[in-house]
Design a binder for this molecule. Structure first.
Ligand SMILES: Nc1nc2c(c(=O)[nH]1)N[C@H]1C(S)=C(S)[C@@H](COP(=O)(O)OP(=O)(O)OC[C@H]3O[C@@H](n4cnc5c(N)ncnc54)[C@H](O)[C@@H]3O)O[C@H]1N2
Ligand code: MOO
Length: 478
């Protein structure tokens, strides 16, 4: 098994969830300087987000100004961040940079990776004219003289002799149809008379119940394009088509660094400490989008430990959680500055998650900074990490799809919003509990609706970001 470098161009929501729309009128337009209306958290976070408008960190597409921990760079607070679509496109482009590693493995080991080259049939399928039923192979019009005795032609046996016109021979499903045979008659539609002659009980059509050689494909046909995810069905098709091994793209290696001194890894939240919700979530989520997660490490709010972890990492992508804003212990920007990283995206015009960032660490190596608020981290994962990893793991990008809103949903005045939704019939329903610090909505969701500035009204068609697992995915993670 060698790794080689290669150039390679509405189901159940769960208990307690609510599918009521976000309450309140659709906000369209409006000034960013407007004083926010206080709202209970758990409404939808728009008010919370509005309060933060105009406090953006440093501009996108520029190296971040050096600043000591706790000090804001002079440019922070004015820039609105990279538009959401542009941020995704940038992340996607970053994922396309460089060379993809590929490996050739036996079929079972290829499951879950992505085809590096098209799947080509090595044989015709079927590779011989095959009986589709248990019954009789017959030649020409009946009645036929039936060969007596024996079990006839069985699957997997040597080819039978040519069938003379007017003759019939027993044949099993999957057996090779003898030369000269013009049809197969199912056993239940045939009757033998005392003289040993076979009669059809229904009209016989030429070629009936024979699967002709090459019906599914010819040797050399492309069965699937490069970029296809190797599912159990792909393994089956590859085997049927004669393949023993597949060339797939090596999963990009990702290391997750969870920041924050306030995080507990077990037990009940207490004394201002909270449970780490991102450590258990980000790694499996990244695996589901095609990454190999080399580890999830908790490194507190120690700037030196953060710098050491980032410089020592050999991952294709380092993901940090928390510490992206400009608080006293938000060390991500200063660390990136110290290690000479290039900020490609520094804040995105999306809610939640606007402080998310993408930086280049070295050619082909990147860091995605996810904000600490859990739903904001999901937003960063879908906006920056997923498009990058999709490219880096050789996956084709599915065309965006849109669905019609059942209920009204708030918009942000200027920014895109990502709102957890469930499918109900041919519509999507925005979920409650979609504040930046909440996971209750997304845990019950089927996807996220991309809500343009100004919001959406019933019947509006919105782009939907799917979650990387089916709505009912029991057993999918084990
Ligand atoms: N003055 C400003 N303050 C903040 C702004 C701003 O623009 N100006 N943005 C806010 C937004 S929006 C977000 S999102 C957060 C992003 O903050 P950080 O990325 O620096 O994250 P932290 O401050 O470390 O944490 C934020 C929040 O999330 C909790 N957290 C962190 N990690 C985890 C975890 N693993 N599991 C569960 N919860 C976690 C943390 O305790 C905080 O409550 O900044 C706002 N502030
Ligand atoms: O409002 Mo912050 O971007 O997401 O949590």
């Amino acid at each position: 098994m060698t790794a080689q470098d290669r150039d390679f161009g509405a189901a159940d929501q769960g208990q307690g969830a609510t599918e009521e729309p976000v309450a309140g009128p659709v906000s369209r337009g409006g000034s960013v300087d407007r004083a926010p209306t206080p709202a209970p958290e758990g409404d939808d976070g728009v008010e919370e987000a509005l309060a933060l408008v105009g406090t953006r960190p440093a501009p996108a597409h520029r190296n971040h100004d050096a600043s000591a921990p706790g000090q804001e760079a002079p440019s922070r607070g004015r820039h609105r961040g990279t538009p959401w679509e542009e941020a995704r496109a940038l992340a996607s482009r970053a994922g396309r940079a460089g060379v993809l590693r590929t490996r050739r493995d036996p079929l079972p080991a290829s499951l879950g990776r992505v085809l590096a080259t098209p799947l080509i049939a090595l044989v015709d399928l079927p590779s011989f004219d095959t009986s589709a039923m248990d019954g009789w192979a017959v030649a020409g019009p009946g009645p036929w003289t039936a060969a007596s005795g024996g079990s006839g032609i069985l699957a997997g046996r040597e080819g039978a002799k040519t069938l003379a016109d007017g003759a019939a021979v027993r044949i099993a499903t999957g057996a090779r149809v003898p030369p000269g045979a013009t049809a197969v008659i199912r056993s239940e539609y045939a009757r033998s008379d005392r003289a040993g002659r076979l009669h059809a009980l229904r009209p016989v059509v030429h070629g009936q119940d024979i699967r002709p050689r090459g019906q599914e494909c010819r040797s050399g046909d492309q069965l699937l394009p490069a970029g296809t995810l190797v599912t159990p069905a792909v393994l089956g098709l590859a085997a049927a088509a004669g393949c023993d091994e597949l060339l797939t793209v090596v999963r990009p290696r990702v290391e997750v660094l969870v920041l924050g001194d306030e995080l507990l890894t077990e037990g009940l939240p207490r004394d201002g400490l909270i449970r780490d919700a991102l450590g258990p979530m980000i790694g499996p989520w990244l695996r589901a989008v095609g990454a190999e997660v080399t580890g999830t490490r908790r490194i507190g709010d120690d700037p030196d430990a953060l710098r050491r972890a980032v410089t020592a990492s050999d991952a294709d992508l380092v993901i940090t959680t928390g510490g992206t804003a400009a608080g006293p212990v938000d060390h991500v920007h200063p660390m990136l500055d110290k290690v000479g990283a290039e900020l490609l995206v520094d804040g995105v015009a999306v809610r939640p998650g606007h402080p998310m960032l993408l930086a280049g660490l070295a050619p082909g190596r990147y860091l995605v900074g996810l904000p600490g608020n859990p739903l904001a981290a999901v937003s960063g994962l879908l906006t920056l990490a997923e498009p990058l990893l999709r490219q880096r793991s050789g996956q084709t990008t599915p065309p965006p799809y849109r669905a019609s809103l059942r209920d009204e949903v708030h918009g942000h005045p200027q920014d895109t919003r990502l709102v957890p939704v469930v499918h109900r019939g041919d519509r999507v329903v925005p979920l409650h509990f979609s504040g930046p610090a909440m996971l209750r909505g997304i845990a019950a969701a089927h996807g996220l609706a991309v809500v343009p500035p100004g919001g959406g009204r019933p019947g509006d068609e919105l782009e939907i970001l799917d979650l990387p697992w089916p709505p009912s995915s029991e057993g999918c993670f084990t």
